[in-house]
Design a protein around this ligand. Structure first.
Ligand SMILES: *Cc1c(COP(=O)(O)O)cnc(C)c1O
Length: 428
């Protein structure tokens, strides 16, 4: 006998625990329904979603326009493989390249696959354009990076939990500290065989580390000087999350006069995923100009599902929603409102050290060591009060609601968060 439906949270948790690999440690909340900024558990309790599936649902849960595109296209044609053309892919490729200002796109499915793809393109460019001797190409990465979970990607992780006992590891990566331009300058000057510098414009998984404002543009200049490709992994920061269409903002098409943007730092390879589909389907992409993308020729790379008609139709709709609903602008304005309100609380708090972030990608640092359980307990208390967030690296709590959130909802959430935090303040 197998269960055919779930009648309680306990039952769902027990099934996952018994039959699923234990590769996650979720909060004990079993979700059944989502709409906009809200999700509901199987008991019918409503929560604000302040994780947004790691920024995959920037457009809000089950956005009607995006789910309609999914339904319509799945009933018409779902998958052809790239052995044949389909009538959606070209439309999508035109849309995404025009939106982000690149000549070409290579469509994949997950973020990790897109990062892998960028690494392959960069290495091949290194041999064929930069003329690096065979098998000598190196890629510079940053400490505390997060780029996904494949064997190659965890080979250059600095997180032992992600890396230990998965070796032997892929060679050819040099790690330098994040937000350290002198270190980048030194390594690029010391080795002529470097093909690329792979970087997150803001380190999300590491705990929302925002680099100096000039970091990316300085990195851009150094890469150009040394004929090294700049690869921006915007899987989490891209698609309006940080208050611009892209955090690297080489080209911001948010069409907003107030867009201060960040200094010009257009990458050579742009990696997108997560919110590219609004969270309803795995869609990822690598974008580049022709000089770089043309190193890829038939047979050299591919994916059965990459560029399928559902993915194409869904991603077009998801990108249109970002523009139509001005999500970048909303993220910028409400992100500032959120940080200012929390800062006011933190000024007299003992339990919270600081708030940091950009747009609606923010985090607070709890005054506890990373092995402590205060942040976890705060997240449990937040969930009881109807707000879902999750600690990262022990004492950091990320706050990243869907970008369709309103000012009243942000204020409501600030009230919930500060009420919960005050219960954790040490008694005077
Ligand atoms: C989530 C994430 C990835 C990996 O995406 P998956 O779809 O989980 O493979 C890569 N890079 C960054 C910056 C991410 O946040």
């Amino acid at each position: 006998m197998t269960n055919t439906s779930i009648s309680s949270s306990q039952e769902a948790i027990a099934l996952e625990s018994k039959y699923g690999a234990h590769n996650y440690h979720p909060l004990p909340v079993v979700l059944q329904k989502g709409a906009g900024v809200f999700v509901w558990d199987v008991e019918g309790k409503r929560y604000y979603d302040f994780l947004s599936a790691y920024s995959a649902v920037n457009q809000g849960h089950s956005h009607p326009k995006i789910t309609q595109a999914l339904i319509d296209q799945s009933q018409k044609l779902a998958l052809t493989s790239r052995a044949f053309y389909n009538d959606q892919l070209g439309l999508y490729e035109q849309k995404i390249t025009k939106t982000f200002g690149f000549d070409k796109v290579l469509p994949m499915n997950t973020g990790a696959e897109a990062v892998e793809t960028a690494i392959k393109i960069a290495r091949r460019w290194g041999y064929r354009v930069k003329r690096i001797p065979a098998n000598q190409a190196k890629i510079v990465v940053c400490a505390h990076n997060f780029h996904g979970r494949t064997t190659t990607i965890i080979s250059f992780s600095s997180d032992p939990t992600a890396q230990t006992d998965f070796g032997p590891y892929t060679e050819g990566f040099i790690q330098i500290p994040y937000n350290d331009i002198p270190a980048l300058a030194k390594v690029l000057a010391s080795d002529p065989n470097i093909a690329a510098f792979l970087v997150e414009p803001i380190q999300g998984e590491a705990g929302v580390f925002v680099p100096d404002p000039s970091y990316l543009s300085a990195a851009r200049a150094l890469c150009t000087q040394h004929q090294v490709l700049l690869i921006a992994d915007e899987v989490q920061t891209g698609i309006a999350r940080t208050g611009n269409l892209l955090a690297s903002c080489g080209r911001c098409t948010c069409a907003d006069a107030h867009c201060s943007g960040t200094p010009e730092a257009k990458p050579d390879l742009l990696v997108l995923g997560k919110a590219l589909s609004g969270g309803v389907y795995p869609v990822s992409a690598v974008l580049a100009q022709n000089e770089v993308m043309d190193v890829i020729e038939p047979g050299s790379h591919g994916s059965t599902f990459g560029g399928n008609p559902i993915a194409a139709a869904v991603a077009i709709a998801a990108l249109e929603v970002v523009e139509e609903e001005q999500l970048a602008l909303n993220a910028r304005v409400l992100g500032e409102r959120f940080r200012n309100a929390l800062q006011q609380y933190i000024d007299s708090s003992k339990i919270v050290r600081l708030v940091r972030g950009r747009g609606l990608l923010n985090a607070i640092v709890i005054n506890d060591h990373p092995e402590g359980d205060t942040a976890w307990n705060i997240c449990l208390a937040l969930s009881r009060e109807g707000l879902l967030a999750k600690p990262t690296h022990g004492n950091i709590i990320r706050f990243a609601p869907p970008l369709v959130i309103t000012a009243e909802q942000i204020d409501d959430c600030v009230a919930i968060i500060t009420r919960v935090l005050s219960a954790f303040e040490p008694k005077a």
